[in-house]
Design a protein around this ligand. Structure first.
Ligand code: FES
Ligand code: FES
Length: 205
């Protein structure tokens, strides 16, 4: 079968071409909850997009807003709840700049829908460090030049704090592995190596 034939052949009754047609129709549907449209000669029920009342537990406080149900936790925090510590860099779960804690585990806020984060305890960098005083970890980043533009830094700090809280006896190699979900485009890894050495001195294998 040629590449073109394969692209257009039906799978589960819907060919790639039909799928693109349906996608085009869905994109053109106005902001209503449910609509029936015709696609590939068949009626198709389209749900949303629509807004919903979303309540999030952010840094120990219940915060509510009317949000499009497609809004991510990251965009909800930044655009509706004035929590801009977590950064949007890749917006696709690859860089870790948006790292926050959800029920005490690190997650990428860009990869979770706000509606799905309801009922979970979300802690951002603002919640972890509510005062202006720097703690040992933050000091280590500053003193060892482990940041330049700073876009990745909140995500690194949240991930590093979480890792060290859960692995207080980790060695430098383990600490580095613990931060493997975060990337720095400025390449401050030499400074981060110094941070790892400093914070894990005398620990690990
Ligand atoms: S912005 Fe979320 S992982 Fe990059
Ligand atoms: S300091 Fe710029 S991306 Fe890390």
């Amino acid at each position: 079968m040629s590449e073109k034939d394969e692209k257009d052949s039906p799978r589960n009754g819907v060919s790639r071409r039909d799928f693109l047609k349906i996608g085009g129709i869905v994109a053109a549907v106005p902001l209503v909850s449910t609509t029936v449209v015709e696609a590939a000669g068949e009626p198709v029920e389209v749900h949303g997009p629509y807004k919903a009342k979303v309540t999030l537990n952010l840094n120990g406080k219940a915060r509510t807003a009317e949000l499009d149900t497609r809004v991510t936790l990251l965009d909800a925090m930044r655009d509706h709840f004035d929590l801009t510590g977590a950064k949007r860099v890749c917006d696709r779960g690859a860089c870790g700049a948006c790292t926050v804690l959800m029920d005490d585990k690190t997650v990428y806020a860009c990869s979770i829908l706000a509606i799905d984060a309801q009922g979970r305890k979300i802690t951002t960098i603002e919640g972890l460090y509510p005062t202006e005083t720097l703690d040992t970890l933050q000091h280590a980043f500053v003193e060892n030049d482990a940041q330049q533009c700073g876009f990745c830094t909140p995500g690194f700090i949240v991930a590093a704090k979480s890792y060290l809280d859960h692995h207080p006896q980790a060695g430098a190699a383990d600490f580095k592995t613990g931060l493997s979900g975060n990337l720095c485009r400025c390449g401050t890894y030499k400074g981060m190596q110094l941070v790892a050495d400093l914070l894990t001195k005398g620990k690990g294998a």
